[in-house]
Design a protein around this ligand. Structure first.
Ligand code: ASP
Length: 316
């Protein structure tokens, strides 16, 4: 799960955790997912090898996945019970623990960049709904018409979830989870994390998940760890999971591998499913999940790899 990477830059990404089974998606869809994961890694990695900051790298990597229809963020986000789309996103800089977030936005093309603008251009950490949209418009961030974000796959997922609800059966996890995220460590040892999501299919309008909640779905502190989560957001929020991982390192003195195991157990003990990606101040990495699969990838010197299923590894 974890490897020593002394003073080397590294980028990890995820595109959501869930009941992702072999053969479930068509070969074309699986190829498209792998291609876009790889593109996200390549673009984020290009930032890091050019000497860019972890913050720039995670924003870039997440933007690529927001623009892809394959993931539950930006274009291709999950639909609410009303068939609308409400995005949440956050970004955090481990250097000074500056953070920015937006939630419930419907027109901002790249919510992660809006989150960064909140961090850098306002005295606030989190803008929501109409205020976030007005701010994005004022700052000249690209907006898109609502139809741009919709994909037939997400509409079908909403219909399946709503049909399962009517039958009083549980929807498959595949239709519920998603979310994209990135964590990075740059050449200077700086850490950063970013997460972006549409939440999950059939969420109530107005529901905000863990992704834009600093400490829950997104967290970075150069002294400990950068974290981006995916899964059952309500549990991530109740356990403040990203900050919990940081505390297990800072206050309990655990290494990342052990701290990650315990935090994943904490999630499971509360009935939470999902996973996270994390890189610590020493360059150790972790990508644990308690679901059958998690879309994930790593870029580091001489190595870019992606994986989907639980039995796949990311090693060279
Ligand atoms: N954590 C996200 C949320 O609850 C969903 C997911 O990652 O699947 O909004």
């Amino acid at each position: 799960m974890s490897k020593a990477l002394s003073a080397a830059p590294v980028l990890l990404i995820h595109g959501g955790a869930g009941a992702i089974a072999r053969g479930e998606a068509s070969a074309e869809r699986e190829a498209a997912i792998r291609k876009d994961l790889r593109r996200s890694l390549e673009e984020g990695w290009a930032v890091l090898i050019e000497g860019g900051s972890a913050l720039d790298a995670v924003e870039r990597a997440v933007r690529v996945m927001e623009d892809s229809p394959c993931f539950n963020a930006g274009h291709g986000a999950a639909l609410t019970s009303e068939g609308t789309i409400e995005h949440d996103a956050a970004i955090m800089n481990g250097r000074d623990r500056a953070a920015g977030a937006v939630s419930g936005t419907t027109r901002i093309r790249n919510p992660v960049s809006a989150a960064r603008a909140v961090m850098e251009l306002t005295p606030h950490v989190h803008l929501t709904g109409a205020g976030a949209e007005q701010f994005a418009r004022q700052e000249g961030l690209p907006l898109a018409p609502p139809w741009y974000f919709f994909t037939p796959e997400r509409l079908a997922a909403l219909e399946r979830v709503q049909a399962a609800k009517k039958r009083r059966t549980t929807a498959t996890e595949r239709d519920r989870h998603g979310t994209v995220g990135a964590v990075a460590r740059d050449r200077a040892g700086g850490l950063a994390a970013a997460t972006s999501t549409g939440g999950y299919a059939n969420k109530m309008p107005g529901r905000v998940g863990d992704s834009p909640i600093i400490g829950a779905g997104t967290f970075a502190d150069n002294r400990t760890v950068a974290f981006s989560g995916t899964g059952h957001g309500e549990i991530f929020m109740r356990l403040v999971l990203g900050h919990r991982l940081s505390c297990r390192i800072e206050l309990e003195g655990l290494d990342l591998a052990e701290a990650s195991r315990r935090v994943l157990d904490d999630l499971g003990a509360f009935g939470g499913t999902g996973g996270f990606i994390a890189v610590d101040h020493r360059g150790e990495i972790a990508l644990p999940f308690n679901t059958p699969g998690m879309y994930r990838g790593i870029a580091r010197e001489g190595h870019i790899a992606v994986a989907i299923f639980g039995d796949e590894t990311l090693s060279t």
